[in-house]
Every structure is written in structure tokens, then in C-alpha cells.
Write a protein that binds this ligand. Structure first.
Ligand SMILES: O=C(CO)COP(=O)(O)O
Length: 256
């Protein structure tokens, strides 16, 4: 599938921000701002767990889709404090973010658990947004592609081409997250092209051309168009700028 056939996907990862009333205020504002983009770009928001249910109600009949920020790999059981994929599906989530670098850094996420969570997400009838990305030390030692390819391979182990084609990958260089230091469009394109080339070696047919690869890391209204204009950049995973309706709507428009 040619690049122009991949529909861009812009997602807001709210991380640990917004109480329920704040979340509702944000989506009520956002809904109207992006309604005209309905057929042009896929728009996803990922509020914290506690806000998912009220937000799901508040975005009914809109062109906003819902994502969770993580899930456990088991469907139910004695896992205090965890949330399962079937629970998220039942609330109306279409996607689950898996393997975010903050979870890898602070919560012991590994390539293996990213893979297990992704399997649970797919089994529950949702799709994973799988995050990969190198640290500054890894980039500076010339290991960016090696690290990212290892993470992609680990996350996708055991999945068939038909499933992978529907997945979303997010390249998020750790040094660009929350730092205001975004990757240049050339740096992003280089890694995105390398991931797509890896996918074409791993899977037959058109799979590599169908997988959407988002860029994440200090995406703002004023750099989104340049990043999203790259041949292999199929969307954005937005942190800080997704917490303001106007900023996030402007980034979504850049993807349209
Ligand atoms: O981690 C991110 C999205 O998942 C990016 O965060 P920032 O946009 O705040 O850099």
C-alpha cells in the first residue's frame, strides 16, 4: 500500500494528567474543534484510567476515539491495582498504548511484557499503539537503529502479518519526550524508514506498507506539519500539547 493510502493517526497521551471534571472540560472543547476533520485524519485520546468511562460518554457520536495508556496481559485475576484489556474494550477503547518509555523506565516494562500486553489487546478486540525509542546515550553511541529494531522485533514476536498490518507503532526517542527538544524531521524519517524496512523483511506482502508509524516527542502545533510531511511518518503521539484543546486540534489539522 502506498504511503498516501495510510490514514494519518494523531493521538493524545494525557499521561497522569486531568481529573474527571478537567478531562470532561477538555473533550467538550476538543470535540467541536476537530469535528470537521472527520474523514481526513484519525484522532485518538488516551486519558487516565479513571476518566475513561466519563470521557467515553462525552465523545459519543464524535470523531474522537478512545485509548488507554496501559493494560495487564491477563484478562482477570489476583493482580491488585491492574486493569485488563477486556475491561478497557467494554468501556469503549479502540486502542491501548503499550510499552511507553515511561513504563519501560519506571515500571519495569520489557520487550517481552510489551509483547504479552499487545497480545491481550488484540485478543480483546482492540489494537495496540506500540512505543519504541532510544535513550540519548544509545543515540550518542550510534545504537539507535539497533535498539529500535530490537524493540520492534520483541513487541511483534509471534504475530501474523494480517494482525501487524493493523497495528500502530510509535517512534518516541526518549530524549525528545517532554524536553522541548524534538527530533528533526530528517532524524524521525530515518528511523521510521528503517522500521518499515525491518517490517518488510519480517512480513510478506503489503504489511510493511500498511503499518502506521507515529512520531512522538515534543510534537507541537508549530512543528507538526513538518514532521507529518515525512514519507514514513503516519501520525503523531502527543504528550504535553494534547492537554490543551487548541494545541491538539492544530496538530490534528496538520495530519489532515
Ligand atoms: O511521550 C509522549 C507521548 O506519548 C510525548 O510527550 P511530549 O509530547 O510531552 O514530549
Amino acid at each position: 500500500m502506498a504511503a498516501e493510502a495510510r490514514r494519518k493517526i494523531v493521538a493524545g497521551n494525557w499521561k497522569m494528567n486531568k481529573t474527571v471534571p478537567e478531562a470532561l472540560a477538555l473533550v467538550r472543547e476538543l470535540r467541536g474543534m476537530v469535528s470537521m476533520l472527520r474523514d481526513k485524519v484519525e484522532i485518538v485520546i488516551a486519558p487516565p484510567f479513571v476518566a475513561l468511562h466519563p470521557v467515553a460518554k462525552a465523545i459519543e457520536d464524535s470523531n474522537l476515539k478512545l485509548a488507554a495508556q496501559n493494560c495487564h496481559w491477563e484478562a482477570s485475576g489476583a493482580f491488585t491495582g491492574e486493569v485488563s484489556a477486556p475491561m478497557l474494550k467494554e468501556l469503549g477503547c479502540a486502542y491501548v498504548i503499550v510499552g511507553h518509555s515511561e513504563r519501560r523506565q519506571f515500571f519495569g516494562e520489557t520487550d517481552e511484557t510489551v509483547n504479552k500486553r499487545s497480545q491481550a489487546v488484540l485478543k480483546a478486540g482492540m489494537l495496540p499503539i506500540i512505543c519504541v525509542g532510544e535513550t540519548l546515550a544509545e543515540r550518542e553511541s550510534g545504537r539507535t537503529l539497533e535498539v529500535v529494531e530490537r524493540q520492534v522485533k520483541g513487541a511483534l514476536a509471534g504475530f501474523g502479518a494480517g494482525d501487524v498490518a493493523k497495528f500502530v507503532l510509535a517512534y518516541e526517542p526518549v530524549w525528545a519526550i517532554g524536553t522541548g527538544r524534538t527530533a528533526t524531521s530528517a532524524q524521525a524519517q530515518e528511523v521510521h524508514a528503517a522500521i518499515r524496512s525491518q517490517l518488510s523483511r519480517l512480513y510478506d506482502g503489503g504489511t510493511a506498507g500498511q503499518v502506521r508509524i507515529q512520531y512522538g516527542g515534543s510534537v507541537k502545533a508549530d512543528n507538526a506539519a513538518e514532521l507529518l510531511g515525512q514519507a514514513d511518518v503516519d501520525g503523531a503521539l502527543v504528550g504535553g500539547a494534547s492537554l490543551k484543546a487548541g494545541d491538539f486540534a492544530a496538530i490534528a489539522k496538520a495530519g489532515a
